[in-house]
Design a protein around this ligand. Structure first.
Ligand SMILES: [Zn+2]
Ligand SMILES: [Zn+2]
Length: 272
């Protein structure tokens, strides 16, 4: 009998028992001995980086009122049905994302995907296909990879769903969203995404992956083209999103008579 050593679960388990993997905390680097989905030591899990508590049922923003939806989602409508993130986009998490995104830290993709898979399962999300936010072809070639594609494929192995490559594509090489206000971001992603195989996603439930959701403009633009192809639902799953006290800012804006979110968005979002 020929044994497939590479894919043999028993051999893998034995290997792990005899040579335990050296798992270290993503945040502080200390050894961790339990296989928790966030790959954080007990101390770092208490730092409040994991999204918890009440979040907007639509965009996943932290809620500070009794409503089920944040102020923005009560006023505007995202095309995605729901967005959900694992972590808050804060110092330690930002460092990991930058390592993953710009330094090609591919070892991080496994731990990122593991926490995404956990988030998918505990939130009872369902999907037929996994898609990811595409990069413009020349940008992907220059970087050598698309971090969201890496995450999507790694996640797919864990939750056993197929990834659709090259179905959602970026057709315009737009400017980076960094430093732009909400309105500028919305404009910047207008008509930059397209769906290649519309029939493939018709009537299907889509899970779309990205590393960070900030204003939601990018994922919203992707969801818009996906919905125009009559897919059943679009759920956005991201590694991190900012812990913005969006409701509080909106309340302040209302009180001060500022009518648009754009006027304060520069303060809120320019750091991304
Ligand atoms: Zn730690
Ligand atoms: Zn919301």
């Amino acid at each position: 009998m020929k044994i497939d050593f590479k894919n043999n679960k028993i051999i893998e388990a034995l290997d792990n028992a005899i040579f335990p993997r050296n798992i270290t905390c993503l945040i502080c680097g200390h050894d961790i001995f339990d296989d928790n989905p966030y790959l954080m030591c007990e101390n770092c899990q208490k730092k409040g980086l994991i999204v918890n508590g009440r979040v907007c049922k639509k965009c996943g923003a932290s809620l500070f009122s009794n409503s089920s939806y944040c102020y923005r989602c009560q006023k505007e409508n995202f095309y995605f049905d729901r967005a959900i993130s694992v972590f808050y986009y804060e110092a330690e998490i930002i460092r990991n994302i930058k390592q993953f995104k710009f330094e090609g830290f591919s070892a991080l993709k496994k731990s990122f995907a593991k926490s995404l898979a956990y988030c998918y399962i505990v939130n009872n999300l369902t999907a037929d296909y996994i898609l990811y936010v595409p990069l413009y072809i020349s940008k992907e070639k220059k970087r050598g990879y698309n971090q969201s594609k890496l995450l999507a494929h790694e996640l797919a192995k864990l939750i056993n769903l197929p990834v659709l490559d090259d179905v959602l594509v970026k057709i315009v090489n737009n400017e980076s969203q960094v430093g732009k206000t909400l309105k500028e971001r919305q404009e910047n992603v207008k008509n930059v995404y397209s769906v290649k195989d519309k029939e493939k996603i018709k009537g299907k439930r889509i899970l779309i992956i990205d590393d960070v959701l900030s204003t939601g403009s990018t994922l919203n633009a992707c969801a818009k083209v996906l919905k125009s192809c009559k897919c059943e639902s679009v759920i956005a799953l991201t590694y991190a999103q900012p812990r913005l006290k969006i409701d509080k800012y909106f309340e302040k804006c209302q009180l001060k008579g500022l009518k648009t979110f754009g006027k304060i968005s520069k303060v809120l979002y320019t750091k991304f």
